[in-house]
Write a protein that binds this ligand. Structure first.
Ligand code: PHE
Ligand code: ZN
Length: 881
């Protein structure tokens, strides 16, 4: 087999042909759907060769059975075009013509879930990034934009509902029990935003009046049994529409906006114009079936997809290298929205925690890439944390550097200049620059350079001169294919905290900056001399996580405990608590490695916890975050060589010692946050539940009698899934299998009809820390509720095990690795996209000891011997390079 080739940003060429109009007709049959496509084509004037000769028209198409091609009404003979497994090429076309193709496709056999496929008996599509070529022959690239008219024909009994983008313009009955609906989308769009849905669905309908007074019909389409799980998504949608009007001045632009819930979906959701298609896990929620975290995810994803209507659809991407243009910006928008709807500091803490574990790990691994990659083999592999989350951090820095008003002027200008266009990252930055007068030349390196920058900070107090000199040094370690790194623009928001816990007035080179400042580090090393400082201050650095970097400063543990209590920045209070906890955990890890299992937790961490538990009641949501020790994944990120067993033992031991010493306080915390009254997904209630469940988790960490009793009572009372899941998880993860097993059984009996709840049932079991879990994973893979063709099931069972049960996945006998490789090999045939994602933990072998490295590499090599999809090929080659 020839090896898949890389595609380079530097090779970009404008399309030779435009599609002025696209008319599609689908005759739906699960195993043989006929698609008739009529394209009005026009050769781009600058692409014409000579006076009247046109360049060849090269259309993408895969897994299609061609029945007929005609040009301007004349059917072509088979020697008048060239067809391959991936393309249809026509030569010598008139500069303007109408091309008709008829193809047959097999949606029922489509397990890759790209293009048109069948999920739970309904038809649905997924076209981003390159799925449309599995539907019909087309120039499948985002800079070809067209207006679409789509006629969907299907059996009326099986598919009473027929949906596509835009507005319905015609419908009617046909012979043979069939019917049709024609949809027209007046907005120019690339084919990756095309969507079609057909099935036996019911809707939750509502409406929204836009700022200019237009009424928009809102419809959420689901299987009938899920109609009681749509309210939260509808509420979130209306809030998003309002927020985008108020914060960005963006109004919705069609008469109807639809969301459809689909059970089999590779990603979270998709922003198809006017017809968003959602993974059911990101839209369905009610308090019996979904946790608070799931409610927040629904809110965030609904907003994200809705916001794409402007940042993605009205203004789309010129090519897939610009992916972060829409994704980074849209994540920034949805994060800001969620911060406004909930606790802003907690939202920031969660986003940063995710970035610093998962994205930093990506940056440090074999698939590290810039926010704008220079090349790819398979674009589906580039829907990454770097494109999304780091991309959002880069937009956040732009917003913070410009300030609220200039940023809004910049975004208005960006939308105005690029509406209806396929734009680039330069277009975005140039609008920001034009609106603010700021030069972004050096800043652009954030888009081109991979890897996480490290900023080493040091401070010197001079009592005689009354100065405090802060020195910042930046470096970025080499990443694959990128050895040389240039200095970035790093905004460091900071303050100097006095011994009595107040921010000192900052005077820098004679200028008064107030109590807080943003230092712009632009060189490899810079010093900032603050004057008029009477006593040695404690610096509070990178407030609000003002740049996606690793900040090093040699704090004493006393200083960390002090800042945890006194920093005026909520994010940094949390951050200093985490740093203190990390230091204490590192002591325990060292003890474990010496064989000392009697080691005691640092008193200063105990004191900090006592302060948190007994001090003045602060923001409950933030308190719950502060009472959570750094995750195993985050601790691992801080180590040169990851010792999974030491990390697990240290964390468990720290929790147990905290629970032993502060038992009464945790019991009190539990009771103080027990809820009366109706469940509501408000952040105040959520904060109480997370505090209560955090307390329970500490008590269960020592299998405390009272904790056991509370957990069982909480499970039995079953007021909502958040509490049920927390209690069930703690029981199942305890040593008391005589309690955990019957509870699991009862749960499965109650919920076997609900796939999203069964996903949770899988996840709870495979995160059990005991060594018997691996047999359980293999056993559950045979469970009737499990299916390798359903991405949610694969994520719940395999993804959760490999990603969150670190001690057992990294078993020294290599059985965890073998299990994952077995799954990757099967999925490589069924669903390459999911296969290439689920493999990630194996590709990070360089972070581990030699024995584990060898075992992981053996499994990667075993995978490499298979006939690989492009997706898996790219990841495995990069990992083994
Ligand atoms: N564009 C989608 C989003 O960010 C993600 C997606 C990509 C979904 C590819 C499906 C396939 O919202
Ligand atoms: Zn997106």
């Amino acid at each position: 087999m020839s090896q898949p080739a890389a595609i380079h940003l530097a090779d970009y060429q404008a399309p030779a042909w435009q599609v002025l109009e696209t008319r599609l007709t689908f005759e739906l049959e699960p195993s043989a759907t006929r698609v008739t496509t009529v394209l009005t084509l026009e050769c781009n004037p600058d692409a014409a060769i000579g006076s009247d000769a046109t360049p060849p028209l090269v259309l993408n198409g895969e897994h299609l059975t061609l029945e007929r091609v005609s040009v301007d009404g004349r059917v072509l003979a088979s020697d008048e075009f060239t067809i391959s497994e991936t393309h249809l090429t026509l030569d010598g076309l008139p500069a303007r013509c109408e091309l008709e193709t008829v193809v047959v496709i097999d949606p029922a056999a489509n397990t890759a879930l790209e293009g048109l496929y069948v999920s739970s008996g309904m038809f649905c599509t997924q076209c981003e990034a390159e799925g449309f070529r599995r539907i019909t022959y087309y120039p499948d690239r985002p800079d070809v934009m067209s207006v679409f008219t789509t006629t969907v024909i299907g059996d009326k009994a099986h598919y009473p509902i027929l949906l596509s983008n835009g507005n319905p313009v015609e419908r009617g009955e046909l012979e043979g029990g069939r019917h049709f609906v024609t949809w027209q989308d007046p907005h120019l769009k690339p084919c990756y935003l095309f969507a079609l849905v057909a099935g036996d669905l019911v809707k939750h309908a509502d409406s929204f009046t836009t700022m200019s007074g237009r009424d928009v019909a809102l419809e959420i389409w689901v299987e009938p049994e899920n109609l009681d799980k749509t309210q939260h998504a509808m509420t979130s949608l209306k809030a998003s529409m309002k927020w985008d009007e108020e914060v960005y001045g963006r109004e919705y632009d069609l008469d109807i906006f639809m969301i459809v819930a689909v059970n089999d979906f590779n990603m979270g959701a998709m922003e198809n114009k006017g017809l968003n298609i959602f993974n059911s896990s990101c839209v369905l929620a009610n308090h019996d079936t979904a946790t608070d975290a799931a409610f927040q995810r629904v809110e965030g994803v609904v907003a994200h997809e809705y916001f794409h209507n402007w940042s993605g659809n009205r203004v789309t991407c010129r090519d897939w290298f610009q992916l972060s243009l829409k994704e980074g910006f849209t994540v920034y928008r949805d994060q800001s929205f969620s911060a406004d709807m909930n606790s802003a500091p907690v939202k920031r803490i969660e986003d940063v925690a995710m970035l610093r574990t998962a994205q930093f790990a990506e940056d440090a691994g074999p698939t590290a890439h810039p926010v704008r990659p220079a090349s790819y083999i398979e674009i589906s592999n580039f829907y990454t944390l770097t494109i999304y989350e780091k991309g959002s951090e880069v937009v956040r820095m732009v917003a913070n550097l410009l300030g609220k008003e200039a940023f809004r002027r910049g975004s208005d200008l960006y939308f105005a200049q690029n509406d209806g266009r396929a734009a680039t990252i330069e277009d975005f930055i140039s609008a920001m620059s034009e609106a603010s007068g700021r030069d972004f030349t050096q800043f652009m390196r954030w888009y081109a350079q991979a890897g996480t920058p490290e900023v080493a900070a040091s401070g010197v107090f001079d009592a005689t001169a009354k100065t405090y000199t802060l020195t910042l040094r930046q470096t970025t370690a080499p990443t694959p294919g990128q050895n040389e790194k240039l200095p970035l623009v790093i905004p460091v928001r900071m303050g100097l905290v006095s011994a009595d816990g107040h921010d000192l007035p900052l005077v820098l080179e004679g200028a008064s900056l107030g109590s807080e400042s943003v230092l712009e580090l632009t060189e490899a090393e810079q010093s900032f001399v603050f004057t008029g400082i009477e006593h040695a201050p404690v610096p509070s650095l990178l407030r609000g996580f003002s740049a996606p970097v690793k900040l090093g400063f040699d704090y004493s543990r006393e200083q960390l405990a002090f800042l945890m209590q006194h920093d005026s920045d909520g994010f940094n209070r949390w951050e200093c608590g985490q740093r203190l906890a990390l230091a204490a955990l590192e002591d325990l890890m060292a003890a474990f490695q010496r064989g000392d299992k009697q080691a005691h937790l640092d008193e200063r961490l105990l004191a900090a916890y006592r302060f948190l538990l007994t001090g003045e009641p602060t923001d409950r949501a933030v308190l719950a975050e502060m009472l959570t020790l750094p995750s195993e994944a985050y601790i691992a990120e801080q180590q040169a060589v990851v010792d999974v067993d030491a990390i697990h033992w240290a964390r468990k031991t720290a929790k147990a010692q905290l629970a032993t010493v502060l038992r009464e306080e945790f019991v009190a915390l539990y009771h103080a946050n027990e809820q009366q009254g109706e469940y509501a997904p408000t952040f105040e209630q959520m904060a109480r539940r997370s505090l209560k469940n955090a307390a329970l988790s500490y008590l269960m960490g020592i299998e405390d009698k009272e904790g056991m009793r509370l957990a069982q009572a909480q499970l039995a009372a079953a007021h909502n899934m958040t509490d049920v899941r927390a209690a069930l998880t703690l029981l199942v993860h305890s040593s008391r299998t005589e309690l955990g097993n019957p509870a699991l059984k009862a749960f499965a009996e109650r919920w076997s009809h609900d796939p999203l709840v069964m996903d949770q049932w899988f996840a709870i079991q495979v995160t059990r820390p005991q060594a018997d879990v691996l047999d359980r994973v293999r056993f559950l893979m045979e469970h009737p509720a499990f299916s390798l063709t359903n991405p949610n099931k694969v994520r719940a069972l395999i993804g959760t095990f490999a990603g969150q049960n670190r001690v057992n996945f990294h078993r020294i006998d290599g059985e965890g690795y073998r299990l994952l490789a077995d799954v990757v090999i099967e999925l490589n045939r069924l669903n390459p996209d999911i296969a290439a994602r689920i493999i990630t933990p194996l590709t990070r072998f360089k972070r581990f000891d030699a024995a584990r490295q060898a075992l992981m590499k053996t499994e990667l090599e075993r995978i490499r011997n298979e006939k690989l999809s492009r997706n898996v090929y790219e990841v495995v080659e990069k990992a083994l390079a």
